[in-house]
Design a protein around this ligand. Structure first.
Ligand SMILES: *Cc1c(COP(=O)(O)O)cnc(C)c1O
Length: 474
């Protein structure tokens, strides 16, 4: 009986030398552009892998042709050169997804980013006087104006804004916080830990479900530096509950001569009700209600770059600006450039729902998402092959970043199951293949299916999405 050609196996003795690999014409050409070192490293790694296969008796001679060797090594060089931080298709249904970078930026911000990255910019330079200027000044003025506040400042993120407020105003003194507001945000960000890091002493007020104005009044003493109210972003306390409103707390703070800071978390700059979204506290309203300082994130509902924004009383903001931590937590020029562009869009509140991607995605009409799902079923079915059944289905998404945790965003998308009806088999592997694409597709696994929520796939991206799926490997 003849041994089939497929069954023949190469041995370690058949392997070429590194020098011979590097002399293959395609790799000589590649080394000229990518450099000799990456090609050499990839060649060595490939040889080592082939040797292991040969020793295990699994190396097919076809893998040792010049073409196969050169292709494998060139692919490895290309893969090593791809950035690890890559654009993905966010089909999780969570719009402001912290793990996927939160808010997508508008064109105006991207242009500003590019310019600030490429060119020298007037970062700490006053173009009027020709002298050194304040880094925050251009953004701070606009931010204060939009929030109806006297002053504003910018740091790296909202956690940094809180650390700065606590360090500058309450180090070695007491901060009163309601027991119902001692939050953990995720990513090991816990308010009590943050307080300790800032050197402030936390004084818990009231109980988990009920806190009254008298609780604050009773705890207020000579060592009290600050009242802190925290918006419970990512949870809801329901049932027999009571909390103290910002105006009531502000009146008490004023009467006792102690500032009130409010951490809004998401902090909307515009009223979202007009966009059909669940309403979140608006920064301007919180300032008007008497908060002395308000902190919030730049990349949550505001729809800008990662940043921590503080607005409020001029004397307090000046104390933050003078604190040494401000220097350590300051925002970079790319952030400030993008933020100024995003804030500029808020000058025209009527168009913000269209021009700001975060708000546009959050307020996308359901009928539009349903139509996209129906449009994409045939192309995705074709790309995945006969093993998979693809149908359009209603889904439930979220704003993300802790905003309105109980308010589902009704959505629509693609439900992908095994065509043979076998439960669980291979759905995880399919999700892995989608994540391995040059532009990875990130969905959600549940109930033996892969769910691709299409809220965040805008019509302009559909073509790219279908093209990306065409690159699906086995
Ligand atoms: C998200 C959030 C923070 C943290 O903001 P980052 O910008 O992620 O640092 C702090 N407080 C509240 C209430 C939040 O929702």
């Amino acid at each position: 009986m003849a041994v089939t050609r497929e069954a023949a196996r190469a041995t370690a003795a058949d392997l070429p030398s590194v020098d011979r690999l590097l002399s293959l014409a395609p790799l000589v050409a590649l080394a000229a552009t990518a450099g000799r070192e990456p090609v050499l490293a990839a060649a060595r790694a490939h040889l080592a892998a082939l040797r292991r296969e040969a020793l295990a008796g699994r190396l097919a001679p076809a893998r040792l042709t010049d073409l196969s060797l050169a292709t494998a090594i060139a692919d490895a060089v290309a893969a090593a050169g791809t950035r690890r931080l890559r654009a993905v298709f966010n089909l999780t249904g969570i719009v402001l997804h912290t793990n996927l970078g939160r808010a997508p930026l508008p064109e105006a911000a991207l242009e500003a980013l590019l310019e600030a990255g490429r060119d020298a910019v007037s970062l700490e330079f006053d173009l009027g006087s020709g002298r050194r200027g304040e880094r925050d000044a251009p953004v701070a003025a606009l931010l204060a104006e939009l929030c109806g506040a006297a002053a504003a400042t910018v740091v790296n993120n909202n956690a940094a804004a809180l650390v700065l407020v606590l360090s500058a105003l309450a180090a070695r003194r007491e901060v009163l916080v309601s027991r119902g507001e001692l939050i953990e945000i995720g990513g090991s960000f816990r308010l009590p830990d943050l307080m300790r890091a800032a050197g402030a002493r936390l004084v818990e007020v009231g109980t988990t479900n009920r806190t009254h104005l008298e609780d604050y009044a009773a705890a207020l003493g000579p060592r009290t530096a600050l009242l802190l109210k925290v918006h419970p972003s990512n949870y809801v306390i329901r049932g027999f509950t009571a909390s103290v409103s910002t105006p009531a707390l502000a009146a008490l703070a004023r009467e006792r001569g102690v500032p009130l800071a409010v951490d809004l978390g998401s902090g909307a700059l515009a009223a979202l009700g007009a966009l059909g979204l669940p309403s979140e506290p608006v920064v301007r309203d919180t300032v008007a209600a008497g908060a002395d300082l308000v902190t919030f994130s730049g990349d949550k509902l505001l729809g800008g770059p990662q940043a921590g924004l503080v607005v409020g009383r001029a004397d307090l903001v000046a104390r933050l600006a003078r604190h040494p931590l401000k220097r350590a937590l300051r925002a970079g020029k790319l952030t400030l450039a993008a933020l100024e562009a995003v804030l500029g869009l808020y000058r025209d509140p009527d168009s913000i729902g269209r021009r700001l991607p975060a708000l546009r995605l959050l307020s996308r009409p359901l009928v539009e998402i349903e139509a996209a799902a129906r449009r994409l079923v045939p192309a995705v079915t074709a790309a995945l092959g006969p093993d998979w059944s693809v149908s359009d289905a209603p889904m439930s998404g979220e704003i993300g970043s802790g905003a309105q945790p109980e308010q589902a965003l009704p959505s629509h998308g693609l439900e992908i199951r095994r065509a043979d009806g076998r439960r669980g088999a291979g759905v995880g592997a399919l999700a892995r293949r989608l994540r391995a694409l040059p532009r990875p597709v990130i969905g959600r696994l549940a109930n033996d299916a892969l769910w691709l929520d299409l809220r965040c796939l805008e019509p302009d991206d559909e073509g790219r999405f279908v093209a990306a799926l065409a690159a699906l490997g086995p």
